[in-house]
Design a protein around this ligand. Structure first.
Ligand SMILES: CC(C)(COP(=O)(O)OP(=O)(O)OC[C@H]1O[C@@H](n2cnc3c(N)ncnc32)[C@H](O)[C@@H]1OP(=O)(O)O)[C@@H](O)C(=O)NCCC(=O)NCCS
Length: 164
């Protein structure tokens, strides 16, 4: 059975493991070196009710996570968040990303966020499709802003605004 719930500190090991898998194997994140749980504690502490982290748990195992992170520490941006979403490799394509996405969008609404931005690297069609499916719109492309695995990469900007 799959449940989606708020992340707690005890989930950080599993969250970090899933993120590190994406760092090492995909261009979905522009981080290139694996993170330690210790480093991720700072990231975790910067979240809470306004900027939530959710995990997807299947039969007691954390198999994915999603977060809404503060877009900028400049105060006028405080109702703008950036979405992140990662599913453990062997659990992809089973609807878990969709469940996490729907849940994190609902959490953002509850938290009175105004708008959510996604930065999505070129070539990740599943991710683009998933964002479009919950109402994200394309707002621009940043050309050749990253280089990973020896390739220069564009980043698509997508945005979803809550009707408040
Ligand atoms: C992007 C990601 C979170 C999606 O999670 P997921 O659990 O695999 O997604 P789902 O199974 O819910 O599928 C989402 C949609 O993509 C489609 N899809 C999934 N895998 C697919 C594939 N390999 N090929 C084509 N379509 C696919 C599904 O059919 C579904 O579309 P639908 O709702 O129209 O049927 C996951 O693939 C992932 O972690 N990727 C690596 C990290 C990443 O890119 N994160 C996003 C950073 S912004």
């Amino acid at each position: 059975m799959l449940i989606v719930r708020r992340a707690i500190l005890e989930d950080l090991g599993a969250i970090t493991e899933i993120y590190n898998e994406a760092i090492l194997k995909t261009v979905a994140t522009f981080d290139t070196k694996p993170k330690t749980v210790e480093e991720q504690k700072i990231w975790f502490a910067n979240h809470g009710s306004k900027y939530p982290i959710l995990v997807a748990e299947q039969d007691g195992l954390v198999v994915g996570w999603a977060s809404l992170s503060r877009w900028s520490d400049r105060c006028a941006y405080s109702d703008t968040a950036e979405i992140s979403l990662y599913v453990k490799e062997e659990f992809r394509g089973k609807g878990i990303g969709t469940k996490l996405m729907e849940a994190i969008i609902r959490e953002g609404q509850k938290a009175d966020l105004h708008t959510v931005i996604a930065r999505i690297v070129e070539g990740t069609e599943v991710s683009i499709h998933l964002h479009e499916s919950v109402g994200f719109e394309h707002i621009g492309i940043m050309k050749e802003v990253g280089r990973k695995f020896g390739k220069l990469l564009d980043v698509y900007l997508m945005q979803r605004t809550y009707n408040t």
